[in-house]
Design a protein around this ligand. Structure first.
Ligand SMILES: [Zn+2]
Length: 409
């Protein structure tokens, strides 16, 4: 901000001395004319190959309008008249979005996007700050053209008899138009069964954590798939060892809308029982040192990019994701409290590496204590697991329903 003010002052001086310089300064002058500009802090892309969501992180509420939309070239220009961006941003393709650039102009911030031909802006909306944050988000959802259904059999054109100019009858064929398949957008939920293979996790009685987590993950997958609303991706669905960073990569590659990691706690006192939920803590962001304890799930790692500047953007990206994670965590605790005792101060924040996929809301659920006979009864029985995972599936339903309601505002 200081730099901009200085540049403005410099421009005014130059305008006074050399009139030609006024041309070069005009853009800077007009940008500064915005009384209280809203600042665009970042632009993030998410979604699937069918639908790409562009999210502009803002420090205040603002509006946007489409200046031009060229269906032939796919070039879309959107303007945010009351906003500015400190440094021009640009990015690469994702789904229907080819490439894009965001710059400040005399008329506010301008976003130009090269879309795949046939893509459309499905919706645009401003999201108010989520609990605990001051940031607004302007969201643009862009949908790919609907896929053309393949024709499995040769098309037999219908023919109808019609009269020609000479009074004779000819057969005119009616072209069969291929019916476009409807596109169903399923939310992608990545379920991460903790531990596995050579990494058994915690023990309690005869039970091993890796077995509890896999059985629970399968129960949750089953619940979610039955609704027909979700595509479920498992980081493992057998007793195999999957390294931590691979789990995070799976979530990112799947374009996850939600990442849930299942674990069971352990403690020295078998009276200690209850579930708890972890989300990402601020202190984990930006930490470059690795603190590895015996259980590598508690490794505090950082997936921060190497450059300082992108580190700041990463932090901002994390913040809004963190809010979503926290919302989900609170909803989850509320719902599972009917099925499972909660550990005191159950919504904990931790720097668990598995939660560090930068743009996927993520929570880690400690379903209970494997060292507690009571919790073992819940987690060790198909019935107990099913009840608990039903509560988790209900939370996931409610979370996405709420997201949709917010989006409709
Ligand atoms: Zn664990």
């Amino acid at each position: 901000m200081k730099c901009d003010a200085k540049k403005f002052a410099l421009c005014q001086v130059r305008v006074g001395i050399v009139s030609l310089a006024a041309l070069g300064c005009s853009a800077g002058f007009a940008t500064q004319a915005l009384a209280n500009p809203v600042h665009i802090l970042n632009l993030r892309l998410g979604g699937t190959s069918d639908e790409t969501r562009m999210v502009l992180d803002l420090d205040g509420a603002t509006s946007a309008k489409i200046l031009s939309e060229d269906k032939a070239t796919g070039r879309l220009i959107m303007s945010l008249p009351e906003a500015e961006v400190a440094n021009p941003l640009k990015g690469s393709a994702k789904g229907p979005v080819g490439s894009w650039a965001l710059v400040s102009t005399s008329g506010g911030a301008q976003l130009s996007i090269d879309l795949l031909p046939g893509s459309v802006v499905k919706r645009r909306f401003l999201l108010p700050p989520a609990e605990g944050s001051t940031g607004y988000r302007y969201v643009v959802d862009i949908q790919s053209p609907p896929p053309v259904a393949p024709t499995p059999h040769p098309v037999i054109a219908k023919t109808i008899p019609t009269e020609n100019a000479k009074g004779g009858v000819v057969l005119t064929s009616l072209k069969a138009t291929p019916r476009a398949k409807p596109v169903f957008l399923k939310k992608v939920v990545v379920i991460d069964a903790g531990h596995g293979g050579k990494d058994p996790g915690a023990h309690g009685g005869e039970c091993i954590e890796k077995d509890f987590t896999l059985a629970a993950a399968r129960a949750l997958k089953d619940k979610l798939e039955r609704t027909g609303q979700y595509r479920v991706v498992m980081t493992r669905d057998t007793d195999v060892y999957v390294p931590l960073d691979v789990r995070v990569q799976i979530a990112r590659k799947a374009d996850a809308d939600l990442f849930i990691s299942l674990h069971a706690d352990s403690g020295p006192d078998e009276q200690t029982r209850g579930a708890s939920v972890y989300t990402l803590a601020d202190r984990a962001v930006g930490r470059s040192a690795k603190l590895v304890t015996k259980d590598d799930w508690f490794m505090q790692a950082s997936y921060r990019r190497d450059q300082a500047v992108s580190g700041i953007l990463f932090d901002l990206t994390q913040r809004s994701t963190k809010n979503l994670s926290a919302n989900f965590a609170e909803m989850l605790l509320e719902r599972i409290s009917d099925e499972q005792t909660l550990l005191r101060r159950s919504h904990r924040e931790a720097g668990l590496a598995v939660l560090l996929a930068p743009d996927v809301p993520a929570v880690l659920l400690e379903m209970g204590f494997i060292t507690s006979p009571d919790d073992r009864e819940v987690l060790g029985s198909a019935e107990g697991r099913t009840r608990l995972m039903s509560a988790v599936a209900d939370t996931i339903d409610a979370y996405f329903a709420r997201e949709t309601r917010l989006a409709a505002r």
